[in-house]
Design a protein around this ligand. Structure first.
Ligand SMILES: Cc1cc2nc3c(=O)[nH]c(=O)nc-3n(C[C@H](O)[C@H](O)[C@H](O)COP(=O)(O)O)c2cc1C
Length: 225
């Protein structure tokens, strides 16, 4: 019950416990995956650059922006009515939405002030103690399920050690416009040669704000008896 995906800024000056780093690698291998951790500016800065570029591609590509926009729940009323999408509850976003300066259905254009605002929200997501990745030797359905199990297990290990995690998946996506960042990421993580699949990339560290759990639909609403 303590495991939550924390999406706020993380401390930039804290190191991860050594035993957690070891348990991440052991746990991944039990599911048939390999994990790795990038720490320090020399290893993290290229990943920051790639993930930022990937996010900018996702938000300026109409169909991928709109896929998210249709799931945006802005403000407590919308979140409570549909507790299943992308919750947006910051006072600034709510205000901009209320006065008509933020319309989710408007795709941010390159060079526009709305893209600038969207990218400002990205910047806190560059803070972390490291980037943790999980890669699999093939991409079969059963390996995808094992990847999900390995990811949640890694997150539970982090939670037990007081460490937070947040996936940044944009650069892993397989639509054509994302090809540049995806290839750059595989190259940076040295995953290119052996036909591996990068299944998850997350920033890891210590969140500077303790926000509660993500909104959830009730169990009743998911069962038909
Ligand atoms: C394959 C996969 C990729 C995800 N990628 C992202 C991501 O890039 N950014 C993000 O904010 N959440 C992402 N999420 C969602 C979070 O990991 C998390 O599941 C969700 O926010 C629910 O929050 P909780 O972990 O607190 O229950 C992803 C989830 C999955 C399963």
């Amino acid at each position: 019950m303590l495991r939550h995906t924390r999406k706020t800024a993380y401390a930039s000056d804290r190191t991860l416990p050594d035993n957690l780093v070891r348990s991440w690698a052991d746990s991944a291998s039990r599911f048939g995956l390999r994990s790795g951790l990038a720490t320090g500016a020399a290893a993290m800065d290229p990943i920051r650059r790639i993930t930022r570029e990937a996010y900018e591609i996702e938000v300026t590509t109409a169909r991928t922006w709109l896929e998210s926009a249709r799931l945006m729940r802005i403000g407590p009323g919308a979140i409570a009515a549909n507790p299943d999408g992308i919750s947006m509850n910051s006072p600034m976003v709510r205000l901009l939405h209320r006065i008509g300066l933020f319309d989710p259905m408007e795709v941010p254009a390159k060079g526009s002030s709305s893209l600038q605002r969207v990218m400002e929200h990205w910047m806190p997501l560059e803070t972390a103690s490291g980037f943790l990745w999980l890669a699999s030797p093939d991409n079969t359905r059963s390996m995808q399920v094992a990847s999900g199990r390995a990811y949640v297990r890694a997150h539970l290990l982090a939670t037990a050690a007081g460490v937070d995690m947040h996936p940044l998946s944009q650069a892993l996506q397989e639509f054509p416009e994302m090809r540049g960042p995806r290839e750059a990421l595989y190259q940076t993580l040295d995953l290119g040669a052996a036909d591996q699949t990068l299944q998850m990339l997350s920033r890891v560290g210590f969140a500077t704000e303790a926000l509660g759990p993500s909104p959830r639909r009730s169990l009743d609403s998911l069962l038909r008896i």
